[in-house]
Every structure is written in structure tokens, then in C-alpha cells.
Write a protein that binds this ligand. Structure first.
Ligand code: ASP
Length: 336
């Protein structure tokens, strides 16, 4: 209490064993306080995080690739209205939904991203298609939507993206006359989603998907679809997915900053991600967090906000699902 958020050091999860399969996911960071959460809602979050984790873990356990696992996890979270991505995307200033997503493969650094797209049911599927096509990395707006149609990607009607809570959140943001990181509105705990994974071959991948900021201006693009800002993967360093105020994460090149520290300074994924989240981003007043994994399966999940929806698992270890800051030192099990 009374301590500035940027000065709070939250222990990240640091492990340094031989190569292991690993999977971590986030559902956004922000003002997540126990007193704002009903037991039912908290259960719903933990269950959604846990089931997305077990879906991705099943893919890794069956010898699937890190790329497949992160896509499947993000797709599952996009389908869940609790999170600010896909179906649960926040409203723009004009009362619409504009979504951003990116996916990157660490083995060859192929990447695909889409920005400012409307009515695409699973933006991460479209990002993956961009990656597979390989001609370009980032497609935006109507051009990306035309590409989606050519590729047979599913669209959904406007009503699919309408949720009562998001709508109320939008009305609150309008009343405040400002743009809001969705999980920072009191009582509204939703967030951007992301996943990072290390597969049995030691390859890593990252994926992020978001509806952006509530009340954002038409055409605004955040950090999530920008390779190096909100999403990055390179087998030589790490795979990263960020959540927070996109503008500052773009200015701080947050995801790449973690990788660069590992490459140039020889830092571990835990140290590099902790320094970025607790020292470098706060210099830009950036609030948020990230998840990161290296090709030995070391996982790090630092954040400088009150909480971050998160879950992770490694070979031989029990799955963990956490929300609040005070859970950082304990290991909470999956809900039954
Ligand atoms: N980073 C996202 C954006 O600025 C927001 C979030 O993480 O919730 O678009």
C-alpha cells in the first residue's frame, strides 16, 4: 500500500533445468483486486485459463509444435467472452470492434500479423494464415479482411462480438471521455490474450490477440500485432507476448527488448523480462506485464500491475493458474 506500482518487484517464475516442454498464457493485466471479484467470476476465469492451458498442453504432449500450441490456446481464449480478444473484444469509440493479432515462430522467425480487422471470428487464425503465406508480415483493415475472405477464414456477425459487460464498459469510458485499458475499469476484469510455448524439439513460439483499448480511436493499432513490441519469438533467445498500454509497449519495444537483453547481455529469460517490466517499461510509465519462455523451457511471467491473468505448465510439473499479485509466491492449482 502506498508504494508506487512501478517500484513493486514481483518475483517471476525462474527455472533453469535442461530442455523441457513449457507453455504459458496470459489473459491481460491491470487493476485486478480480490475485492472486485465475485467467487463465481473468479472461478470462471480460472477455469477458462486452465482449460486453455490444458488444450495447449495436450498439443505439446502429443508432440505438436510450439506454433500449433500457441495458436490453439489463443483461439480458445478468443472464443471466451471473458477476455478482450475475438468474441469478447472491447468497443472502439464508435461502438465497433477492431482487433489485432500476431503469431511468430522462433525456429525460423516467420511471423504473421493482422491489425484493425473487423468481424473476423478468430483473428489469430488469420495471423497464422499470413505467416504461412510468407509474402508479408502485417496486413491491416480492409486489406486483411479481403485476404481473410480469399483464404476462407470464418467471419461472424456484429452480434457475436456484443457482450453486455463490454457495452457497459464502453459507456463508462465514454462518460469518462478517455481511452481505457479494459481491465483498468473498476469491476471490469478482462484482457488481451497471449501464449508462449517451448516444444519437445526446443522450438519456441508466441501469439497475442486483442480488441485493444476501450474507446480507442478508429484506426488505432496497439503493440500486440507489432513484431518486437507486443509479440516476438526467436529460438536463440525467447518467445514473448505482452499485455498493457500498447503505446508505451511500442515505444519501449518491450518484447524485443527482452530478447535483446538475452542476446547482447547474456541475461536469462527471467532476468531480462523482469528488468524490462520493472525497470525499463516504468521509465515510460508503462503498466502491464508479459509472459516469456526460452528454448530450454524456462518460463517468466512478470507484471507491474495489481494482477495478470496467467497460467503455465512445464513437463513434470503441475499446471498453475494465477490472477493476483500475492499469488506470485505461492503455486495455485487448477480449479476442480
Ligand atoms: N496491449 C493491448 C493494446 O494496447 C491492450 C492490452 O494488453 O489489454 O492494444
Amino acid at each position: 500500500m502506498g508504494q508506487s506500482i512501478s517500484s513493486v518487484i514481483i518475483p517471476s517464475i525462474m527455472m533453469t533445468a535442461s530442455p523441457l516442454q513449457a507453455l504459458a498464457l496470459h489473459g491481460g493485466s491491470g487493476t485486478l483486486l480480490r475485492q472486485d471479484m465475485s467467487p463465481e467470476l473468479e472461478y470462471a476465469y480460472r477455469e477458462a485459463l486452465g482449460s486453455a492451458l490444458s488444450l495447449g498442453w495436450g498439443i505439446l504432449a502429443a508432440n505438436g509444435s510450439a506454433l500449433e500450441a500457441v495458436q490453439a490456446v489463443v483461439e480458445a481464449l478468443e472464443d471466451c467472452p471473458l477476455f478482450n480478444a475475438g468474441r469478447g473484444s472491447v468497443f472502439t469509440a464508435e461502438g465497433k470492434h477492431e482487433m489485432d493479432a500476431a503469431i511468430m515462430n522462433g525456429a525460423d522467425r516467420r511471423a504473421g500479423a493482422v491489425a484493425g480487422i473487423r468481424l473476423v471470428r478468430n483473428p489469430i487464425q488469420l495471423a497464422r494464415r499470413v505467416l504461412e503465406r510468407g509474402e508479408f508480415v502485417l496486413l491491416s483493415g480492409t486489406g486483411a479482411e479481403a485476404f481473410a475472405r480469399e483464404e476462407g477464414i470464418a467471419f461472424a456477425p456484429e452480434s457475436y462480438f456484443f457482450t453486455e459487460l463490454r457495452h457497459r464498459q464502453w459507456l463508462e469510458a465514454r462518460a469518462l471521455e478517455r481511452v481505457v485499458m479494459d481491465h483498468d475499469l473498476p469491476g471490469k476484469k478482462f484482457g488481451t490474450v497471449g501464449a508462449v510455448a517451448c516444444d519437445a524439439r526446443g522450438h519456441i513460439a508466441a501469439a497475442t490477440s486483442t480488441g485493444g483499448l476501450t474507446g480507442k480511436r478508429f484506426g488505432r493499432i496497439g503493440d500486440s500485432p507489432l513484431i518486437g513490441s507486443g509479440t516476438y519469438a526467436n529460438d536463440a533467445t525467447c518467445a514473448v507476448s505482452c499485455t498493457g498500454y500498447g503505446e508505451e509497449f511500442i515505444r519501449g519495444q518491450a518484447a524485443y527488448d527482452v530478447a535483446a537483453r538475452m542476446e547482447y547481455l547474456g541475461e536469462s529469460v527471467a532476468t531480462a523480462s523482469r528488468v524490462v517490466v520493472h525497470e525499463r517499461l516504468p521509465r515510460l510509465n508503462a503498466r502491464g506485464g508479459l509472459i516469456a519462455v526460452d528454448c530450454r523451457g524456462n518460463v517468466s511471467l512478470p507484471f507491474n500491475t495489481e494482477g495478470m491473468y496467467r497460467a503455465w505448465q512445464r513437463t513434470g510439473e503441475v499446471a498453475k493458474v494465477q490472477i493476483y499479485r500475492d499469488e506470485c509466491t505461492t503455486e495455485s492449482a487448477l480449479p476442480h
